[in-house]
Unconditional design. Structure first.
Length: 247
């Protein structure tokens, strides 16, 4: 960072200027040390924000060059249309070059939490960011102009997520009459189709499709819970009996 006058010198490789009679000013060589140096005292501010949900990245542009090694992503919050905020726990970025913009890549857990906070069909006009002053500093050590959560700033552009969720695993608990589903990203519980859920044996000879009498949590999370109705639970228990009696 340039913070002292001794670091600022001026030199020229040719005629610097002409006086009123046309006489050239002498070439400044060796370099001349600055007489008075006034350091920058203005806080940098965020001028542009692009949230890429497909890649899991947040691109920020600033009013001036910032010190990228100083960036602490934990000072940033992503806020949805219901004013629910999520504070980043960290991020990845290239700290080798200072500049007026930076691309922040979300940690996997942060990315999934952001999906849950924003909910279905997010857009730029309903997606916001907030930033603490200690998120970063400029080249003179001036802290970022903060954006309070209550006065959050809408992102300028948003690319929606276009990757399909994947069912990672499921558990069945016949004591509590529940089936647990874990997906690769938050899903809309209200959209889960029971007609597509079936319990079957290894070769699919015997299967039981769930009915609409079972219910599911109405949340946007990675983990969804199906609450089996008594009728569906009894049909699965009968399937269990068939599996073992035919083994």
């Amino acid at each position: 960072m340039i913070v002292e006058s001794l670091n600022c010198r001026l030199s020229t490789a040719g005629v610097l200027a002409l006086d009123t009679a046309g006489n050239p000013a002498n070439t400044v060589s060796p370099s001349l040390n600055v007489t008075t140096y006034f350091p920058d005292t203005t806080s940098p501010s965020i001028t542009y924000a692009f949230l890429d949900l497909a890649l899991g990245q947040l691109t920020l542009s600033f009013s001036e060059v910032v010190s990228e090694p100083s960036i602490d992503c934990r000072g940033l919050q992503i806020i949805g249309s219901t004013n629910t905020a999520y504070r980043l726990q960290g991020c990845w970025f290239d700290a080798s070059a200072n500049g007026t913009s930076v691309v922040l890549s979300f940690l996997p857990d942060d990315r999934n939490a952001i999906f849950a906070v924003l909910g279905p069909f997010p857009n730029a006009s309903r997606t916001y960011i907030a930033a603490d002053a200690n998120t970063l500093v400029d080249m003179y050590g001036n802290a970022l102009a903060s954006i309070a959560a209550g006065a959050h700033r809408a992102v300028d552009s948003l690319r929606p997520d276009d990757a399909e969720p994947v069912l990672n695993w499921f558990n069945v608990n016949m004591s509590s009459l529940q089936i647990y589903l874990n997906f690769s990203k938050p899903t809309q519980g209200a959209t889960l189709s029971f007609a597509l859920v079936a319990c079957e044996n290894g070769n699919s000879t015997y299967s039981v499709a769930l009915s609409n009498s079972s219910t599911i949590t109405q949340t946007n999370t990675m983990d969804q819970t199906i609450y089996l109705s008594a009728a569906d639970a009894n049909r699965i228990k009968l399937l269990h009996d068939v599996l073992y009696s035919t083994a």
